[in-house]
Every structure is written in C-alpha cells, then in structure tokens.
Design a protein around this ligand. Structure first.
Ligand SMILES: [Ca+2]
Ligand SMILES: [Ca+2]
Length: 248
C-alpha cells in the first residue's frame, strides 16, 4: 500500500495528541502528589522538620571499652566504640511497648519473669535479665492496638560483649505470625532457626541496644527470635522498646 501523505493539519494533530496526553499525565501526577481529588491540599511527604531523634533513655554501659577478641564464626563487625548516630523518627513517637504483655515460646523462663522485658528497667544487672531455655526461642509483645512502628530496640544482656545468634525481629497483625508478617531484621544467614534465611549481620550487645529500623510498618504484635549466643546456649532479654505512633 502506498504510504499516506499527511496534510499539514493531520501532521499538527499527530504531534499535538501525544503532547496533550503528556500534559494530562503531568496534571494527574501533580494531583496525586499534592492535591486531593476535591482540590484541597493533601499532606505531602513528611518534611524533615517533623522528624526528631528518638527519645531514648539509655542505661549506663554494662562493660568498659570495646571487645578485644572477635568470637569465632561471627558476621559481626568490630565495634567502633563511638555512640550510635541519632535515629530520626516522626515527632511524638514513644515507647508503646512499656508495660505491655509479653508471651514466649518458653512460657516458664529459667530465671526472671516475661513482664520484665517491658518494665523499663534495662541496666546490666542480673536481676533485670529474663532467661529462656536453649535452642531457638521467641518473645512476643502485644501492643494491644495497631501502631505505625518506626524503631524497635532490643537488649538481650549487655554486661559483657556477647553476640547473639539468629536474631530475627518481626511485626504482624496476626498473633500466630502466620499471615501478614513483616521481617524487619534477620541475621540467621544459614537459616538454622528455620524462620527463613536473613542477610543482616550479627552484632555485639551493648548498652545502646540493637536498633532496628521499622520504617513506619503497621502492626500490633512484635516478635523477636534468638538462638543462644557466643557465651552460652540460653536466650536472655533485658528489655524491648517499640517506638510508634497510633495508626490512623
Ligand atoms: Ca527490663
Ligand atoms: Ca544461624
């Protein structure tokens, strides 16, 4: 077939159609970005001014200095000895785990009481440590309402620079953790706990606790796994904090 020659008008039309489609797309993008469909201004991405460092209240150091000897078979980095940089989260977040009920795969700890994991006491004293039996164990906090979670801090025991194995931190709306599970941290690289292999690194316990970035994930339950540490096969906890804002 002979190629059809376009009249000057048809050529202009052919150029304008994609242009108008582009304009419409740009307009839609603008609406999605900043304006609600009814024309009122919708909240844009949270500006940096609404962020603030987490309102942490750290316990004193449980040991002096940094570990001299690296334990064998660890993926942990040698600690720098410097304080952790401030972690920014939306202003107004608070530790919503304080005083909340705790359950565990081990319902009768070898020492301490599960409720001590959310009692706010986190100094490196033996009486603040709850110890669960060996092998993979978990503890779970019921925040009692859905929350937008920005950070989770875990102190196993920080009297000595031990490295815990198979630390996995998850959030879900399902108390059984079967559906809708968000895994925020997992350093079980060889999947020896069978929850799934993770890519995070091990770390040394210290008074700052392990800070896990939760990125605003929504959920009611927080579950933390571990499988012993470089000193012994038991699983200890001193405190878990969950920094969140009530879900809208
Ligand atoms: Ca405690
Ligand atoms: Ca492992």
């Amino acid at each position: 077939m002979k190629p059809k020659l376009l009249t000057p008008f048809a050529r202009l039309h052919a150029q304008l159609v994609p242009l108008s489609a582009l304009l419409a797309a740009a307009l839609l993008h603008h609406v999605a970005d900043g304006c609600a469909a009814d024309g009122s201004a919708a909240p844009a991405q949270k500006p940096a001014a609404d962020l603030a460092p987490l309102p942490l209240n750290l316990p004193p150091a449980g040991y002096a200095g940094t570990p001299k000897d690296m334990p064998p078979d660890t993926t942990a980095e040698k600690p720098s000895g410097k304080p952790r940089p401030p972690f920014l989260a939306p202003k107004g977040v608070q530790n919503v785990a304080l005083g909340k009920p705790v359950t565990s795969s081990d319902s009768s700890p070898l020492s301490g009481d599960l409720k001590q994991i959310t009692d706010g006491k986190k100094d490196a004293f033996d009486e603040n440590v709850v110890t669960l039996r060996r092998r993979t164990q978990w503890v779970q906090i019921d925040l009692q309402t859905e929350q937008n979670i920005y950070a989770i801090l875990v102190w196993h025991e920080h009297k000595t620079p031990v490295v815990y194995r198979d630390v996995i931190v998850q959030v879900s709306d399902d108390p059984e953790f079967k559906n809708d599970v968000h895994t925020l941290f997992n350093n079980d690289q060889d999947n020896s706990s069978g929850v799934g292999a993770g890519t995070d690194r091990e770390y040394f316990e210290n008074h700052e606790g392990k800070l896990v970035d939760a990125k605003g994930v929504r959920g009611r339950y927080v579950r933390c796994y571990s499988k012993g540490n470089t000193d012994h096969a038991l699983n200890s906890y001193t405190e878990i904090e969950v920094y969140a804002l009530p879900a809208q």
